[in-house]
Design a protein around this ligand. Structure first.
Ligand SMILES: *[C@@H]1O[C@H](CO)[C@@H](O)[C@H](O)[C@H]1NC(C)=O
Ligand SMILES: *[C@@H]1O[C@H](CO)[C@@H](O)[C@H](O)[C@H]1NC(C)=O
Ligand SMILES: *[C@@H]1O[C@H](CO)[C@@H](O)[C@H](O)[C@H]1NC(C)=O
Ligand SMILES: *[C@@H]1O[C@H](CO)[C@@H](O)[C@H](O)[C@H]1NC(C)=O
Length: 224
């Protein structure tokens, strides 16, 4: 009896682990009674957005060089909700909220823009944040770095070499990270891996042998 119990418990655990390995993606539109929500349904669609969440996740694991499940953040499910809220989008834990008003007001190819926004937000789900200690500009820069590498830079982004501070965030930091990754391919993956346990700007020096300020000076000089 005891043995059977143990065997049953073991197989139950295996089944749970297998389920945990497969991430579930769910997209819903809670704003379909608004003009922005209707534009989302017409120009993007639930199925397409859900596919972007999946594609973004596999792209992020590859960018972060997380070939095994053990390397990744333990996330079972990602939800996307299109909601009648101000702002572009935000991510809380594993839930992404996309602003229907933004979708409604965007002039241009909204399907491509939403794809780029979702690559950025999905990065927030998967990236490490240094146990909450990481530089916020760096967090946003890594999310836009992924968006850039996926081929979805937003209209109006700064060009390489632009910006005043390495941790200004978003595209400024993304362009800088792209430069650093060209110095050492896989740099962003190594940086993210270090950010699992904590954060210090010294991570840049640990990986590249120069402080982040020195690296920023070199980057600015290259494009001067
Ligand atoms: C849309 O529906 C929600 C929930 O029923 C409601 O709270 C909201 O006021 C509606 N918005 C519009 C623009 O009709
Ligand atoms: C997802 O990726 C596949 C494979 O690269 C591609 O064929 C497909 O068009 C992508 N779908 C979306 C919605 O980005
Ligand atoms: C995320 O979504 C799940 C499922 O809808 C919910 O249980 C959870 O409370 C949400 N978390 C946050 C931080 O919004
Ligand atoms: C990716 O990670 C593997 C170990 O899991 C390592 O051997 C390899 O060098 C890494 N690739 C890069 C580009 O850092």
């Amino acid at each position: 009896m005891m043995k059977l119990h143990v065997a049953a418990a073991a197989s139950l655990l295996l089944a749970l682990a297998a389920t945990a390995g497969a991430v579930t993606f769910t997209t819903t539109n809670e704003a379909s009674n608004t003009t922005g929500g209707q534009r989302f349904d017409q120009a993007v669609g639930l199925a397409y957005a859900n596919q972007v969440l999946y594609n973004a996740s596999t792209f992020i694991w590859s960018t972060f060089n997380q070939t095994s499940l053990a390397d990744r953040k333990p996330v079972d499910a990602i939800t996307l909700v299109v909601a009648d809220v101000p702002g572009v989008a935000f991510t809380s834990d594993d839930n992404i909220t996309l602003g229907a008003q933004y979708v409604g007001d965007y002039s241009g190819d909204v399907k491509t823009e939403v794809s780029g926004v979702l690559f950025h937000e999905t990065t927030h789900v998967w990236q490490w944040n240094g146990q909450g200690q990481a530089n916020p500009g760096l967090i946003e820069g890594i999310a836009d770095y992924v968006r850039l590498k996926a081929g979805y830079p937003a209209r109006g982004w700064v060009q390489p070499g632009q910006g005043d501070r390495w941790d200004d965030g978003y595209a400024v930091t993304a362009r800088f990270l792209d430069y650093l990754d060209s110095l050492k391919p896989g740099f962003v993956a190594l940086l993210n891996a270090k950010m699992k346990y904590g954060y210090t700007d010294d991570f840049f020096a640990q990986i590249l042998g120069k402080s982040v300020q020195e690296l920023w000076q070199k980057y600015k000089a290259k494009y001067a």
